[in-house]
Design a protein around this ligand. Structure first.
Ligand code: C5P
Length: 444
């Protein structure tokens, strides 16, 4: 119950201490390799076959189900071996945590997998036998549970499911592997979506689990959902987009910033706003990096400079140049990453992401927008005049609407949202409602 450190003790460096990674966390990637790694293996570093952690024995169980595993000190490589996976009957008393992953591997196996001697599951973060049974059944699996065992057979017909996680990190992590259902023997060719509720519960042991998973998964080109929010200057796109992105846990693209960054780079280098080839070359090679609120351009944080009115005005002028727009295309598309993207600008729904799942077009009167911009500037201590602001934004609207390439207009299938009389929360709620209506999880 206690450690006693004698008085006068001194720190003595042992040289190098290697702290091994967590073997139970590795189980999800071992399973992923067994399910999906048909070409290159999944390589796991930080824990290897020499580990003395109990849960490394999960490797034996995964191999019994068909995983092809090689490894050495501090590393493992896992590929698909037998396919479909093979059902096993296993006493999992020695690997209770990692054994939850086996219950999900059973969705990819022929036959019934029985995981026994796991009474401890009932008294973990939640009653894991009950929880796993309920959630696996939602997917269509046949499940039998007992006081200290669970039996799982793969679904004959997979169903889209919204998975409850019971504030249990392992339920969130292991059931995320059900998302590979198109690969399953009876899997739906186009896949059924799996929603993991309260995914932040993974923070208990593996805060960036989903990021790690996404980093080894290449989604089909059109599979990453996009919501576009277009509209005129000062219509509140930015705030709406960043709030919706935060609520969904998605990435955000503020495309105006790319035009602004091009304008700023041009000002710095003395490239004139009429020099189309020069501007396009700059746009194509922007050294731009986003880090939270910071925006790094060529090694300097330019977040506040980008917001200056002169920079916005130049951005508006150069954004009418076709080759400048084209030069920014690839960069804009590269923001489309799992789990999803909210993109705001002028042509997100019409040109850049024409197949976006939800397109929103904001409309607010020029008077209202001028007032908002005025408040915004004043609150930052920047002097401003409403009449000038309104004239300026009307001039920008005019230019954005009438330019030949990517003029500002709602996509045909856009939802129009006049937010003049709406609070930010109301606009956010409306967009999230529209999004929920489009998904398979309407009722949750
Ligand atoms: O939205 P923001 O004011 O930051 O954009 C700066 C300028 O970039 C706008 O005035 C608009 O002319 C241009 N722009 C564009 N297409 C986008 C985003 C911004 O033409 N997708």
């Amino acid at each position: 119950m206690r450690f006693t450190i004698p008085q006068g003790s001194q720190y003595h460096s042992p040289g190098t201490v290697h702290v091994e990674a967590d073997a139970s966390s590795a189980s999800y990637f071992i399973a992923l390799g067994a399910i999906a790694a048909t070409e290159a293996p999944v390589r796991i570093e930080g824990v290897g076959l020499d580990s003395i952690q109990g849960d490394i024995r999960f490797v034996d169980a995964a191999q019994a189900m068909g995983a092809s595993v090689s490894g050495g000190p501090g590393w493992l490589e896992v590929r698909r071996g037998a396919w479909p996976l093979k059902a096993v009957t296993l006493d999992a008393n020695h690997i209770p945590d990692a054994a939850m992953t086996l219950a999900v591997m059973a969705l990819y196996a022929t036959g019934t997998t029985r995981i026994g001697n796991i009474a401890s599951w009932r008294v973990k973060e939640t009653d894991r036998i009950a929880a796993m049974s309920a959630e696996l059944r939602k997917l269509g699996a046949a499940v039998t549970e007992g006081a200290d065992f669970i039996e799982v057979s793969a679904p004959h017909a997979w169903r889209a499911a919204s998975i409850r996680t019971y504030d249990d990190h392992r339920i969130a992590m292991c059931l995320s592997l059900a998302a590979f259902n198109p690969l399953a023997p009876n899997g739906p060719p186009n896949g059924v979506p799996i929603r993991i509720l309260d995914p932040q519960c993974v923070a208990k042991t593996f805060p960036d689990y989903f990021e790690a998973l996404f980093s080894v998964v290449q989604p089909a080109a059109d599979a990453v959902p996009v919501i576009t929010i277009d509209g005129p200057t000062a219509s509140g796109k930015g705030t709406l987009a960043s709030t919706v992105a935060a609520r969904l846990g998605w990435h955000q693209l503020d495309s105006g910033l790319l035009y602004r960054a091009t304008a700023l780079a041009a000002r710095r280098l003395g490239v004139a706003d009429t020099d189309e080839p020069g501007l396009a070359a700059l746009a194509a090679t922007l050294d731009l990096r986003f880090d939270g609120e910071q925006v790094w351009l060529g090694g300097m944080d330019v977040a506040s400079e980008l917001r200056l009115e002169q920079v916005g005005a130049m951005a508006s002028r150069i954004s009418a140049l076709p080759t400048v727009r084209e030069a920014l295309n690839a960069l804009q598309l590269s923001f489309r990453r799992l789990p999803g993207l909210v993109a705001d600008g002028r042509d997100m729904g019409t040109v850049i992401f024409p197949r976006a799942a939800l397109k929103v077009f904001l409309t607010a009167s020029p008077a209202m927008r001028a007032e908002r911009r005025h408040k915004q500037l004043i609150s930052k201590g920047i002097p401003a005049n409403i009449a000038d602001l309104r004239a300026d934004l009307e001039a920008r609207d005019e230019r954005d609407r009438n330019r030949l390439v990517a003029p500002l207009k709602p996509a045909q299938d856009a939802q129009l949202l006049d937010n003049s009389g709406l609070s930010i929360d109301e606009s956010v709620a409306q967009v999230l409602d529209w999004w929920a209506e489009r998904g398979p999880f309407r009722s949750t």
